[in-house]
Design a protein. Structure first.
Length: 290
């Protein structure tokens, strides 16, 4: 029991370290690429920067990033505590606070003034930082909470919902401050979303069709490494006209590498076909956020 608690504590410390590092990256990104290009990164951060710009332009008042960002994240944080997970939400709150403080403290350090380069590379860096949080069961706040909640409820990858919400925010920015920066900001957000979809695949799914002479062993190994079941289909090889067994299973895309390695260990001669799955309806095990 003590050994288990030590492992759990070490895991939590590592999660805090990675989330803190992601917050540093996001804070630097805001004060280098985002401010240099006059962009709005979307989500709670983008809405925060939009409100700051409105106060500066129309009221000549500069308000701190941290205060506005915390107020905007109040409802998403409630959703996180209520429906996603308490440790998940607490880590996310740490990310929100640390990112906000760093965005207020770190001076603006523009790397380049080419707006297209800023949009692309700033978006990619933003996506990497958000993925670091997600991979350690946390988030940077805002629309990510909503996307994860929808993914948990509907069983599909809902991060495109964030892209649509952000497009609405950027449309308001375009009306108020000009469409050129808003359009560049959409490029920024699209690059960020693409990077998240590449690095974070928890809510994406893959279908396995495995032709094997050891179907029971393969099913057992899939269950061990992914906690997913499988179905054994009986068939006939068209060339040799002999009996063939096909194992059918759906797992998280993040688990495909482990499943393939285990299948190869059980049956090196197995034929494995992996397909991208758009949606699954029915019981599908999803590791809960803590």
């Amino acid at each position: 029991m003590a050994h288990y608690k030590n492992e759990e504590n070490d895991s939590m410390i590592w999660r805090i370290v990675v989330v803190s590092l992601a917050s540093v990256v996001m804070g630097l990104n805001i004060n280098t690429f985002v401010h240099a290009g006059g962009l709005l990164p979307g989500g709670a951060s983008g809405l925060t920067l939009l409100i700051q710009e409105i106060f500066v332009k129309y009221l000549s008042i500069k308000i701190p990033y941290t205060l506005v960002n915390l107020l905007i994240n109040a409802v998403p944080v409630y959703i996180g505590f209520k429906f996603v997970g308490k440790k998940f939400t607490l880590l996310s709150c740490w990310c929100i606070i640390l990112t906000g403080v760093l965005a207020d403290v770190i001076p603006e350090l523009p790397v380049t003034h080419d707006t297209l380069l800023i949009s692309l590379f700033g978006g990619l860096i933003n996506g990497i930082a958000i993925s670091m949080c997600l991979l350690k069961d946390a988030t940077s706040g805002g629309t990510d909470f909503i996307a994860i909640y929808l993914s948990e409820k509907r069983g599909v990858d809902s991060f495109n919902v964030s892209l649509m919400i952000n497009a609405c925010i950027l449309s308001i920015a375009g009306l108020l401050f000009g469409w050129d920066k808003a359009l560049y900001s959409i490029i920024f957000q699209y690059a960020s979303t693409v990077m998240i979809r590449i690095l974070y695949r928890k809510y994406q799914k893959a279908t396995f069709f495995i032709v094997t002479n050891k179907p029971v062993e393969v099913c057992n190994r899939i269950a061990e490494v992914s906690n997913h079941g499988a179905t054994i289909l009986e068939g006939e090889g068209s060339y040799e006209h002999c009996e063939r067994n096909v194992v059918y299973s759906v797992v998280s895309s993040a688990e495909t590498g482990r499943v393939i390695r285990e299948v190869e260990n059980v049956d090196p001669e197995a034929f494995v076909n992996v397909l991208k799955t758009e949606r699954v309806i029915g019981r599908f095990y999803q590791r809960p956020n803590d």
